[in-house]
Design a protein. Structure first.
Length: 357
């Protein structure tokens, strides 16, 4: 007998898996799935080595591997193995996005919708929107498997929690996504409970049971015990109401602000710049002489060193090459570019350095 090719061996193993999956033998499914993944290692055309234009045999390998991973996501949900579900989804995205030559899979959008439902149930809203943006807008509005989690997220944002709770029985994922729907219901109930704690001091037990869509009073008592509520005489009293409101630490903020200002002034004094960096930033000028006169008074007020050079220069001039030797008059202040070439001393070695502005 001729040796079976790797593709034929994996395909035969997949048929055994499908039979076990149909009779819902999860233990056999998990075992066969592990064997199928080992068999995928013998296929040489899988990502990241997938060709851009696969031949018929290579396409058969890709289709076989994609189908195995799709069944892997469904088995992971049935066995409540969420990390395995995430791994299968990450692998399937490569086939859905990068292997465009393959025919479309009928399981693609139900699986992508389950992933959206998982993110929503885990309250990972940012990742939910990131995954949703990868899908075309028309698909979000027409495909029931994508539209369902998108509508659920909209109900949550609107605060229509009752619609979310009622969708558990009537949604597109009444079977495969039952675990995620249960998790989402728990998340929504927690949101309703937090809002109730902020809005009311106490509420009727019957009304709260209706809001939370809890079926029995015993279940309500168990839920109340988890959140430290008191249930007595048909009334639910929320805990934490006697806590004092948080006060704004105004005195502490004032002391810290004054300390920061004092420390900043000390730093400026140590640097020998009495005018400071704030004045330079506000006026656009650097004072090398330690004295700044208004423009209107320059004609009448004595200027200590302005007659021999520049006591006050603009930040633009410093950027063009103005050098503190202009202050001593030994370099012509009218030629800053030439003086910058003749005087190579770095700014950090000058008494009137502009570093830090």
């Amino acid at each position: 007998l001729a040796m079976a090719t790797p593709v034929a061996a994996v395909a035969a193993q997949l048929e055994k898996f499908k039979a076990a999956f149909a009779r819902e033998d999860l233990e056999a499914c998990v075992k066969l799935l592990a064997e199928l993944k080992m068999g995928m290692l013998s296929l040489g055309s899988l990502p990241p080595a997938a060709p851009s234009a696969p031949s018929s045999s290579q396409q058969q390998e890709l289709l076989l591997a994609r189908e195995i991973l799709e069944y892997g996501t469904l088995v992971s949900i049935k066995t409540v193995d969420i990390p395995a579900f995430e791994r299968h989804i990450a692998q399937l995205k490569v086939y859905y996005a990068d292997c465009g030559s393959l025919p479309a899979s009928e399981r693609q959008y139900p699986i992508l919708g389950l992933n959206l439902l998982r993110l929503l149930a885990q309250n990972r809203i940012a990742e939910f929107h990131t995954e949703l943006e990868l899908l075309p807008v028309e698909l979000q509005l027409s495909n029931e498997f994508i539209k369902f989690p998108a509508q659920l997220e909209q109900h949550i944002m609107e605060g229509s929690y009752n619609r979310v709770l009622s969708a558990k029985q009537s949604g597109a994922y009444a079977k495969e996504g039952l675990y995620f729907m249960d998790l989402l219901v728990d998340t929504v109930r927690d949101e309703i409970a937090e809002c109730s704690e902020k809005a009311y001091h106490s509420v009727s037990a019957a009304e709260l049971q209706t809001m939370l869509m809890i079926s029995s009073e015993q279940e309500l008592r168990e839920f109340a015990d988890q959140r430290d509520w008191r249930v007595a005489n048909g009334l639910v009293t929320f805990g934490g109401q006697d806590d004092k409101p948080l006060a704004l630490p105004a005195s502490q903020l004032i002391h810290e602000s004054l300390a920061y200002a004092k420390e900043l002034e000390r730093i400026v004094e140590r640097a020998g710049r009495p005018r400071g960096a704030l004045e330079a930033a506000a006026t656009g000028k650097v004072d090398f002489g330690g004295w700044l006169a208004p423009e209107a008074e320059q004609g009448t007020t004595p200027r200590p060193r302005a007659a021999r050079g520049y006591a006050v220069v603009s930040l633009a001039q410093t950027a063009e090459g103005f050098h503190p030797r202009h202050l001593a008059g030994d370099v012509s202040p009218t030629a800053p570019q030439q003086s910058a070439q003749r005087n190579r001393e770095p700014w950090s070695q000058c008494a009137g350095t502009a570093a830090g502005f």
